[in-house]
Design a protein around this ligand. Structure first.
Ligand code: DLL
Length: 441
């Protein structure tokens, strides 16, 4: 079911509305945000300079650093009394970035997420088990607001207390689960441990995101829960979850909510726009936000876009799965690889469980990378829990060969017993960087 006309409008109509709203946004920030006022004046640009979408390129970029430099409220365009909510980004270092919402922003965001749930297959009569974290993170309250707006019954479980999550899934019989893919997997695994079959629950579909995940991970989640799994993307700086979502019909690229966000893909080094189909850094400009509008926000996420009409009938621009963040890209002896590509490769091997961690360390001046991955319970039983077994040594060689062939990288590999790698309740930690401490040795 398509709820919103913008999703099927012809491209000319979509772009006409985008230009209209971009002009308004430029006008708003040049009046209300000194940072943008200064940047726009320096470039001699105002709302009159925007007549075509390419004029977007006249506007300045915004980075996470700009948000940090203006912490907490320096980039806000709305007065404090007009804010009704604050969220923050999940920064790993330093202070978080603070994001505010006016009443209109919340109204738009809940609409966007209601549409996203619908695109992923949701209906108002559904029951939604929301295992994204509630709090400053936008996942919990974002899916919550969208679910309620659609008229769905939302169960606000948040993350953690996995056994209780399982009881609630069994008793309340939800149709949909929302969680990070790694936490969803964690729930399935715990069910199996408790002698329950995750494939026998009432769940019919899942809306997973907030971290990079691979196509193989989708297959695993779909098989283990016997559901359809759709990818949802978003970031607090732009609004939160719902910026883009996969349709359940095609599961082939994430439809961007183009009436709210203008997307570009740029080369992160030259900052030049890249043609459709090429991978680069995603950049978003908000079109209707009031509290903290953003011009050309550099997400640090790597993906590509296509303007081809989707087989579901929608005409909105679609982005590919996010391969990873620029900062997470590993350069192993000159080869660039994202953890999600390594994940994809590992998960095609039936002896391995979908749990892995990469460790970056330093030997002398050289960066080293090693991989820890778990074997399946079946294999562990077959080798009688003997990790020195010939079969394990052979498996290590097979993984090496696989990684070399498909990801063009070699690394040290350790195959561990099941449940050796810490499980996540939110965003999974796939890469551990011990280069500072190992360099000191
Ligand atoms: O993660 C918002 C969200 C919540 C999205 C729930 C989807 C579901 P932040 O905490 O600000 O916001 O983190 C944003 O997470 O720049 C990406 O690097 C990553 N990310 C989000 N969704 C995806 C996805 C939320 N579907 C950062 N695939 C983004 C890959 C994702 N990475």
């Amino acid at each position: 079911m398509i709820l919103h006309t913008i999703e099927t409008s012809d491209r000319e109509e979509i772009e006409r509305q985008q230009i209209r709203d971009l002009k308004k946004t430029v006008q708003l920030v040049s009046k209300k945000v000194p940072f943008y006022k200064e940047q726009l004046e320096k470039r001699g640009v105002d709302e009159e300079s925007i007549t075509h979408l390419v004029d977007l390129q006249k506007l300045p970029f915004t980075t996470k650093k700009d948000l940090r430099n203006h912490y907490p409220f320096g980039l806000f365009a709305a007065d404090k009394e007009d804010l009704i909510r604050i969220h923050a980004s999940s920064g790993t270092s330093g202070k978080p970035t603070i994001i505010g919402y006016t009443r209109n922003d919340i109204h738009h965001w809940t609409d966007i997420v209601a549409r996203a749930i619908t695109i992923a297959g949701g209906k108002r009569e559904d029951l939604l088990h929301n295992a994204y974290g509630y709090g400053l993170f936008t996942g919990g309250l974002g899916l919550h607001g969208g679910g309620e707006k659609l008229g769905i019954t939302v169960v606000p479980v948040s993350t953690g207390n996995t056994d209780r999550q399982i009881t609630l899934i069994e008793d309340l019989k939800p149709d949909v689960i929302c969680a990070t893919p790694s936490y969803a997997l964690n729930i399935a695994e715990r069910m199996i441990e408790l002698g329950k079959d995750p494939g026998q629950t009432s769940l019919r579909y899942g809306i997973f995101g907030a971290e990079p995940w691979s196509e193989e991970m989708r297959k695993t989640l779909e098989k283990i829960f016997n559901i359809k799994a759709c990818d949802i993307y978003g970031l607090s700086e732009v609004i939160g979850p719902g910026v883009a979502v996969e349709c359940h019909e095609a599961q082939n690229g994430l439809h961007i909510a183009e009436d709210h966000f203008l997307v570009e893909v740029i080369d992160p080094n030259t900052l030049e726009p890249l043609p459709d189909g090429e991978y680069g850094e995603l950049v978003f400009t908000s079109l209707k936000k009031e509290a903290i509008p953003v011009l050309r926000y550099r997400t640090g996420d790597i993906a590509s876009i296509t303007r081809e009409k989707c087989s579901c009938g929608r005409t909105t621009v679609r982005m590919s799965r996010v391969k990873g963040r620029i900062d997470d890209m590993l350069i192993i002896r000159g080869v660039n690889v994202f953890p999600s590509e390594i994940e994809h490769c590992l998960m095609t091997m039936k002896e391995l469980a979908p749990h892995y961690q990469l460790e970056l360390s330093k030997r002398g001046h050289l960066d080293e990378i090693s991989l820890k991955v778990e074997m399946t319970e079946d294999l562990y039983a077959e080798i009688l829990q003997d990790l020195q077994h010939e079969r394990v040594k052979r498996l290590v060689k097979e993984i090496m060969h696989h990684l070399k062939t498909f990801c063009l990288v070699s690394m040290q590999i350790e195959v561990l017993a099941p449940r050796s790698i810490p499980r996540s309740e939110g965003k999974a930690v796939r890469v551990i960087d011990v280069r500072r401490s190992s360099a000191a040795k």
